[in-house]
Structures are given as C-alpha cells and as structure tokens.
Design a protein around this ligand. Structure first.
Ligand code: AMP
Length: 119
C-alpha cells in the first residue's frame, strides 16, 4: 500500500486546510476532532507519511517515534486530563474501521467513557 498524499490529515499537515490546533512540535501535530465522540476528543498525528501504527512502528526513525509518543502525552497533559484519565485509541486497518490513512491517536475524555467496546 502506498501513502495517499490527498488524505485529510496530509492536507492539514501541509496547511491546505485548517485545524483547531492544540499542540505542535517538530514531530507531531495535535488538534480537535471535527466530529467529537466525547466532550474532549483530540487527534495526534506524526509529521511524516505514515499510514498506520504498523507502518510507523516499522519505518519511522527512533527520534520520530519517541517525539510522537511524547507529543501524545504532552497533549493529554495540556488538556488537563492527567487527573481524571483518558482513553487512547489508534484504529489500524479495516477491522478497526480506520477512515483516515495517516497514523493518528484519538484522545478521548471529559466524561466517564464506560467499557472500551459495546457488548
Ligand atoms: P479513524 O476512524 O480512526 O480513521 O478516525 C478519523 C477521525 O478523523 C474521525 O474521528 C473524524 O471525525 C476525524 N476527522 C476527519 N476529518 C477531520 C478534520 N478535517 N479535522 C479534524 N478531524 C477530522
């Protein structure tokens, strides 16, 4: 599979379309999800052409992997989620219903989220 440079997160990273930015550094960008599933719903994406966790973990530099994970933690901290807690989700591939083919972590919080999957 080849990275689709027209995916919506690639467009955000290029500045072609705006986002509601929360945090940015040289490795990563965090912004609010356009269709929030919880009172707090942020997305964190690495800067680089990585389709999924599978792609990123196999192909990204150590520096980028480290920087990205630090950015996920920093975003949650900045949103004030440390005390109450939050959920991290990264959908990868068809089974997980990944819609945007650029690696992203969802940060969900702001209420009690209940069990991870509906039964
Ligand atoms: P996933 O199903 O894990 O691929 O999630 C993709 C997420 O991207 C969904 O939660 C969408 O609401 C979100 N999304 C799509 N377009 C945008 C956008 N332009 N800005 C912010 N979030 C978006």
């Amino acid at each position: 599979m080849v990275y689709d440079q027209k995916n919506i997160f690639a467009m955000i990273l290029r500045g072609d379309i705006p986002c509601d930015k929360i945090y940015e550094d040289e490795f990563s960008l965090a912004f609010n999800d356009i269709n929030p599933q919880a009172p707090v719903h942020a997305l964190v994406i690495p800067k680089g052409e990585y389709m999924s966790m599978a792609d990123f973990s196999a192909n990204a530099s150590t520096e980028l992997v480290e920087g990205f994970f630090r950015a996920v933690g920093q975003t949650a901290r900045q949103l004030g989620l440390e005390e109450g807690g939050y959920r991290l989700i990264s959908n990868t591939g068809d089974n997980a219903h990944q819609e945007v083919p650029h690696l992203h972590f969802h940060i969900l919080s702001g209420k009690k989220l209940g069990p991870m999957l509906s039964r």
